[in-house]
Write a protein that binds this ligand. Structure first.
Ligand code: NI
Length: 167
């Protein structure tokens, strides 16, 4: 396994849309494993392939306290959603920024697992927030896109400053 580089906002590659995985091969499983390792090391509770500059549609999530409940979603699609709730979110691609975002309270998601088997999951709470956040990455969207234009400009400036300071 290996650690992957996580792209940081405003990297334009974070705006690319992912493509459907045709079949879950060993190469895809390698990506899944590397993404889990990268997410746990960061540390974070979710990571989308777009964030590690890979166009294959893959999301990894683990919201458990003991980091022992890995959830892998390949070609995920939200098929149903209901309600509305605001939660504070952060993102490994937008370090140090935490803002409230309003999303659906409950979602149903369909995906393939690491073995290539189809499954459906209906969930709410933090997991529902995380699934919606990560799936947006696959569409080239970031959670900051939900904020006001003024806040987005401030965040962008902050990110550009961080980048200059670490170069
Ligand atoms: Ni994110």
């Amino acid at each position: 396994m290996s650690l992957l580089e996580i792209l940081k906002h405003p990297d334009p590659r974070l705006r690319k849309k992912s493509v459907t995985v045709e079949s879950v091969t060993d190469a895809v499983r390698q990506l899944v494993d590397d993404m889990f390792e990268t997410m746990y090391a960061a540390p974070g509770i979710g990571l989308a392939s777009t964030q590690v500059n890979d166009s294959r549609s893959v999301v990894v999530i683990d919201i458990s306290e003991d980091r022992g409940q890995p959830l892998c979603l390949i070609n995920p699609k939200i098929t149903d959603s209901s309600g509305e709730a605001a939660h504070e979110e952060g993102c490994l691609s937008v370090p140090g920024i935490y803002e409230n975002v309003t999303r659906a309270e409950e979602v149903t998601v369909e995906a393939l697992n690491r073995d290539g088997d189809h499954f459906e999951l209906k969930t709410d709470g933090v997991l529902a927030v995380c699934i919606q956040h990560e799936l947006e990455h696959l569409d080239g969207k970031l959670f900051v896109d939900h904020l006001s234009r003024l806040k987005q400009q401030r965040i962008r400036k902050k990110m550009e400053k961080q980048r200059r300071e670490t170069m």
